[in-house]
Design a protein around this ligand. Structure first.
Ligand code: COA
Length: 413
């Protein structure tokens, strides 16, 4: 019964339906309309119609688009084995567990091995997301990796992940799947999810893998107590698939930045630093640590703190009217979860004082992982999706270097 209309019938029907002749025919009197077949072709929906208009028969072709949405089908996480506790940091820095806990909420973080990179962690998280997938898996067609800690400028991490996935399981990714890396500071994962959703909605791809992976220990100077206590390493990955359910999956996104804040959080080349392994070796050997040259993260913590608090509060207060993020006009109170980038627990509490109810919805994992940049929301997303029911909603929010801010609104389907 289902058939695709031929190119020629389609053309003639369209020209007839728009002609003056037909308009005048319509005014003559009664008519009947019969739908005689319908069909999905790609992401479009076609209906063929037989119109009986006072003994005149027209074959009409009616077609309209089914608007695709994007579902998170599975989430994967990778965390290095090595735990670096606040007590460990007391051995190499002039700091203490009490200060770190009180000012940040962090108790421990994971640190990658020497041979682990943002790329190896990205591939492990991607494999985990695929292993966690339930149902019939369709091969990944495109890969986006959000990262700030690439050791190489090129090739990109997306192509490394593609290769590793093909080695892992030949059927899980197209052998010619393309991809790119996204750089937007710790907001990078939210920007990457926004990009992937746009690719799916535009019907370019049905199955996209999004990964956030950062090895911040690689760019941290372990002689700087103002930054060294905050960061950890990790990766998370999201398998996204197209669905043709209205108002489901990603509902909207909202990203913005302030380029005048770009000096507040940077990663600069050829700077002095003490790497984590050297810091501990020096303590063991009872000597001063050796300084090396490399990429180093530098931050004005207070400026970043203020940027995040003011913009996150504004986002919460104006949530209902933010058409880009929240086209359905949901109330903030009705959200089931907020999944913020894990930068500082004290920051979340400060927002809660201005926006009561924020903490109640806020998913917090910072105690065990610290700030893992683009990877930090994966653990919460996985937990949220495991426990959510259809229709539940979550707001994910990222912020950081740029200064950048990016948020996504998701409805479980
Ligand atoms: N241990 C002990 N003391 C420390 C310390 C540490 N690890 N780090 C800083 N201090 C000291 C400072 O030297 C300062 O001492 P002083 O008063 O004698 O000069 C004092 O603690 C206060 O320092 P300050 O920098 O004002 O602390 P803070 O309350 O602003 O907290 C951050 C610092 C970094 C925790 C906080 O600014 C922050 O979280 N900012 C946001 C960072 C962020 O989110 N970045 C990533 C975004 S992706």
């Amino acid at each position: 019964m289902l058939s695709k209309p031929s190119q020629s019938s389609s053309k003639s029907a369209v020209s007839k339906s728009s002609s003056d002749e037909e308009v005048s025919a319509c005014s003559k009197g009664s008519f009947s309309l019969t739908i005689f077949c319908s069909e999905h072709i790609g992401n479009n929906f076609y209906i063929n119609v037989l119109l009986n208009l006072e003994d005149i028969y027209f074959f009409k072709l009616v077609c309209w688009r089914v608007f695709m949405h994007t579902k998170i089908s599975s989430v994967g996480v990778y965390s290095p084995d090595r735990i670096l506790s606040n007590k460990d940091l007391e051995k190499i820095l002039d700091t203490d567990d009490n200060w770190i806990t009180k000012r940040t909420g962090i108790k421990r973080r994971r640190i990658g091995r020497k041979d682990e990179t943002n790329q190896t962690m990205a591939a492990e998280a991607a494999k985990n997301a695929i292993a966690n997938y339930v149902g019939k898996f369709s091969p990944i067609e495109y890969i986006i990796v959000a990262t700030n800690t690439s050791e190489k400028n090129f090739p990109n991490s997306a192509m490394y992940v593609q290769k590793k996935l093909r080695e892992f399981n030949d059927d899980c990714v197209l052998s010619n799947a393309g991809g790119h890396d996204t750089s937007a500071g710790c907001a990078g994962i939210n920007v990457a999810l926004q990009e992937a959703d746009a690719l799916v909605r535009s019907e370019m791809y049905d199955n996209v893998l999004v990964v956030g992976s950062d090895k911040l220990s690689f760019v941290t100077d372990y002689s700087d107590r103002g930054t060294a206590v905050l960061f950890g390493d990790g990766a998370s990955a999201y398998v996204l698939n197209s669905i043709d359910e209205k108002d489901s999956g990603f509902l909207g996104h909202y990203s913005f930045g302030d380029g005048f804040g770009q000096n507040y959080l940077t990663c600069e080349e050829n700077q002095d630093k003490v790497n984590i392994f050297e810091a501990f070796s020096a303590v063991e050997d009872g000597r001063e640590p050796l300084i090396e040259k490399g990429k180093v993260l530098k931050m004005d913590g207070k400026e970043v703190y203020e940027f995040v608090i003011s913009n996150l509060c504004e986002l919460v207060e104006n949530f209902k009217d933010n058409k880009k993020l929240n086209p359905l006009g949901l109330d903030f109170e009705d959200l089931n979860a907020v999944i913020p980038h894990q930068a500082n627990l004290r920051m979340f509490k400060a927002i809660d004082r201005k926006c009561p109810g924020f903490m109640e919805k806020c998913m917090v994992t910072i105690e065990d992982y610290g700030n893992t940049s683009t990877a930090s929301q994966g653990v919460s997303y996985r937990e949220f999706l495991e426990n959510a029911k259809e229709g539940d909603t979550a707001l994910s929010v990222g912020y950081g270097s740029g200064l950048m801010f990016s948020s996504n609104l998701y409805k479980v389907c």
